[in-house]
Design a protein around this ligand. Structure first.
Ligand code: NI
Length: 209
């Protein structure tokens, strides 16, 4: 009996693998079959319930949920003291957007800090300028940043370093959020993607969104 169940389980696993493989293959050879489905999902998007009350680091102007509407944006959360990941990911985002400039001239890359205490508007403005004049740096009060993290379902937590002196790192999630002109998140893109792959993924959503 157990033998039979094992065999059935094995068969099921093979069928599942074949099924998934076929779907993946079809997605590449007949993308038009999947476009309507993708369009449905991307067009709908996840609403960002709540109210952003951040500050544009460069201009000092308020940045609210309304500022996310009317154009596409690619949002990334991190902090300027990040030893490596944030700057690598932001570089990737800026490169990807440059690669698809003709398709998305209005796509704005946005960097929101998870470390508002150290990332003052001045610090943020200096940092984002290192990547691209188009990269928008946003900061705000501790409460406002916590609210932004909640809205995007971002994970961020302080990790105090053992060497004393109050030094700390921030552990944080590192997804790219593509926000459509209606202010809804239409795609969550992995930071593992290379810049060309990210550009391709962005183009795909924008073409259907
Ligand atoms: Ni980081």
């Amino acid at each position: 009996m157990i033998q039979l169940l094992r065999r059935l389980g094995f068969l099921f696993a093979i069928l599942l693998a074949l099924g998934c493989g076929t779907l993946l293959l079809l997605r590449n050879t007949h993308p038009q079959w999947f476009a309507p489905l993708w369009q449905k999902v991307a067009g709908l998007g996840l609403p960002l319930s709540g109210q952003l009350s951040l500050v544009n680091a460069k201009t000092g102007a308020p940045f609210t949920s309304a500022n996310l509407q009317g154009g596409w944006s690619l949002v990334y959360f991190g902090y300027t003291f990040c030893p490596d990941v944030c700057s690598a990911d932001l570089t990737k985002a800026v490169q990807a957007i440059a690669m698809m400039e003709t398709e998305a001239p209005g796509l704005t890359p946005i960097f929101i800090t998870v470390d508002p205490v150290r990332d003052t508007p001045a610090v943020m403005a200096r940092y984002v300028a290192l990547f691209s004049p188009r990269l928008l740096g946003l900061t705000g009060s501790v409460t406002a940043i916590a609210e932004a993290e909640r809205m995007f379902r971002v994970y961020a937590s302080k990790q105090t370093l053992p060497n004393g002196g109050g030094a700390y790192l921030m552990n944080h999630s590192t997804f790219f959020y593509l926000v459509n002109p209606a202010g809804r998140v239409t795609a969550l893109l992995s930071p593992e993607l290379t810049a060309p792959a990210l550009a391709k993924a962005l183009s795909r959503v924008l073409a259907h969104g």
